[in-house]
Design a protein around this ligand. Structure first.
Ligand code: TNX
Length: 615
């Protein structure tokens, strides 16, 4: 009986939450959701029509249905006798509807008889993503979707996620899994950080040593050890993508409406390339090796004609693999020591009437930009490319706060906001708990990522149009495994998706973190992701004083349980199960230590939250 009451209680709480969520659990929050009455039942008999069965949206839906044990096929509307066309128990995907929708927009209309999804290009794909998010699976082949009319389109055209595959290499399968997660949340740009001091990770046929030598380092620094302490793991690390693999990934992303932007770093973060071809440096006689630790290094490309020729060759060979508009040329963290002590570089500064080495950096980037433009592409650079003057057509990625982005927008350059101070550096730790894994430092809890707004108030309306979007970055100095990469990515990537997609006025952290995330995390479980499990909602790592305490908690993941102890021990599955609010009385002069934890149906655990109740 007791168990039944608990069950009923949690059932009542759950339906109340679902009803109060204006966005039906959808992430990112759509522009508008009008809830209807009843629900649509997807059964094995449901007919799915598409006017464009070859569309990415139709193929994605078909693949999803197959993978998840729904037997439904997709029928080409063109092959259906219109006179006998029934709309009962149908889902229709339409790209050839009348009227207009905003760029990348879609409409999803669900009632108890039929579903219609409208959208062109990526719009229809996003409509399908929302449809999939609304599927409440009941059984093999059966699901329900709540009746609603959803109208939706993104706030920004550039919605990016970055992955550093240099500091640690991630294989093709993982990169695809990363792209899959992006697609689920309507992100559309994958920034692939392919070269750096610690490795060169893309095959260039004209310069084979870039990967023969440059893709391997002898060992890696252990944890946070200082370089001078010489603490290394003694284990070689390496890897690179062949051009075929690159094409496979680009195609995989394209199928999911995601554009891949390659980053080829210059003139700094270039030691791996220099280790392979020392003639790229200002001091070719020095001994170079692929870097085994993290940081900023002095060995940068020398601005000689030979260097430019080689960089042009590399760009020329590589850019056809990436059909998007942009090539990211890096440009960040360029120490000028090597140039300032090079006769050649100093002479070039004088010959070109440049002010100093910063001017030379600008000269370098402008030359590269000219070449990239001649190939029909545009460059993106980190905000350091502003130093010494911005190349004429460059898009700026603002990472050292928003200053660079603001300056660039005021100069009428396009900007992508990705400030490390804005919770967008997903290598920063997610909480202050000592249970968090080792990270580079910084503090970027989910709430901080969520709260970020990419449009600084100082910009005029016209200048603000240059903020084309926003991105979060996953640098991997301290992320050596796919499991940890996923832990750092999720769920913060969902917050980023909402920053990038949803109208500012629809953002609500309480609704996002307490209702919708709880609905999304089991989907990530089902798809095999290792996300960071949030602590029980309402639990606080703190000391509270008084004599009577009421503790009210909510599971942050649908179906998860909360276990707790009152004796200071770490709670686990064998400890007390939270089912209803607790009322505790602490005697005068005493202290009770309440510890709680979230445990998901798949067995994933949150950090422990400790609350000291003191009288
Ligand atoms: C700065 S962001 C870097 C990277 C590091 C990162 C670590 C940027 C353009 N440069 O090289 O990996 O910080 O958070």
């Amino acid at each position: 009986m007791k168990q039944l009451t608990a069950l009923l209680l949690s059932f009542i709480c759950f339906t109340a939450a679902a009803q109060s969520d204006p966005y039906l659990g959808i992430v990112p929050a759509p522009v508008s959701v009008n809830k209807g009455k009843g629900e649509f039942k997807l059964t094995p008999e449901t007919i799915i029509f598409a006017d464009t069965p070859s569309s990415k949206a139709a193929r994605y839906l078909l693949a999803y249905l197959k993978k998840n044990d729904y037997g439904n096929e997709i029928t080409d509307l063109a092959h259906v006798d219109k006179k006998r066309l029934t709309t009962k128990n149908t889902i229709t995907l339409s790209m050839t509807y009348k009227g207009e929708l905003p760029p990348e927009g879609y409409e999803l209309d669900i009632n108890d008889e039929r579903i219609i999804v409208k959208g062109r290009g990526a719009g229809l794909f996003y409509g399908v993503q929302t449809l999939i998010q609304l599927l409440n699976k009941k059984d093999r082949g059966y699901a329900t979707l709540p009746a609603a009319v959803i109208k939706d389109n993104p706030r920004f055209g550039y919605r990016g996620m970055h992955l550093d595959v240099v500091r640690h290499f991630f294989d093709v399968a993982f990169v695809k899994k990363y792209i899959d997660a992006m697609a689920m949340y309507k992100l559309n740009t994958f920034h692939w950080h392919l070269t750096d001091d610690q490795g060169w990770r893309i095959e260039v046929k004209k310069y084979p040593k870039l990967t023969e030598i440059g893709s391997k380092r002898a060992q890696s620094k252990i944890g946070k050890a200082k370089p001078e302490d010489s603490m290394y793991d003694g284990t070689p690390h390496g890897g690179f993508y062949t051009q075929d693999e690159v094409s496979e990934i680009v195609q995989y992303a394209y199928e999911r409406c995601i554009t891949v932007i390659p980053e080829i770093e210059m003139p700094g973060h270039a030691t791996a390339a220099i280790a392979a071809y020392p003639e790229l440096s200002c001091d070719p006689n020095k001994a170079y090796k692929v870097v085994e630790t993290w940081g900023v290094f002095n060995d940068i490309f020398c601005p000689t004609n030979e260097t430019f020729k080689m960089l042009y060759d590399i760009i020329q060979e590589v850019h056809p693999l990436f059909p998007g508009k942009y090539i990211h040329i890096g440009g960040d963290e360029v120490p000028k020591i090597a140039w300032n002590s090079s006769d050649f570089a100093r002479q070039l500064i004088a010959d070109q009437n440049l002010r100093d080495a910063n001017g030379l950096q600008s000269y370098f980037i402008s030359k590269i930009e000219k070449f990239v433009n001649s190939q029909g592409r545009s460059i993106i650079g980190w905000d350091e490319i502003l130093e010494g003057g911005l190349a004429p057509n460059a898009t700026v990625m603002s990472w050292r706060g928003e200053k660079g982005g603001i300056a660039a927008a005021q100069l009428n350059h396009d900007v992508i906001m990705t400030p490390s101070s804005g919770g967008l550096y997903l290598d920063h730790r997610q909480s202050k708990s000592p249970e968090e894994p080792l990270s580079i430092g910084g503090f970027a809890p989910l709430s901080k990522t969520y709260a970020y707004d990419p449009v600084p108030e100082v910009l005029t309306k016209e200048q603000a149009k240059h903020i084309i979007g926003v991105q979060a970055n996953l640098w991997t100095e301290y992320i050596a495994t796919p499991a940890k990469a996923e832990y750092m990515l999720l769920p913060r990537m969902l917050a980023l998706a909402e920053v990038a997609w949803s109208p500012k006025g629809n953002k609500d952290f309480k609704n996002f973190s307490e209702d919708r995330l709880a609905h999304q995390l089991p989907r990530l479980d089902a798809a095999g992701y290792n996300y960071r499990v949030p602590e029980p909602i309402g639990a606080m790592d703190t000391t509270v004083t008084g004599d009577k305490f009421s503790i009210q908690l909510k599971a942050p993941v649908e179906g998860a349980s909360i276990h707790y102890t009152l004796d200071g021990n770490t709670p686990g599955t064998t400890d007390l199960l939270y089912t209803a609010p607790l009322a505790l009385t602490v005697p005068a002069g005493k202290e009770v230590t309440f510890k709680c934890i979230t445990i998901t149906p798949s067995g994933k655990k949150s950090n422990v939250v400790t609350t000291k109740l003191k009288n």
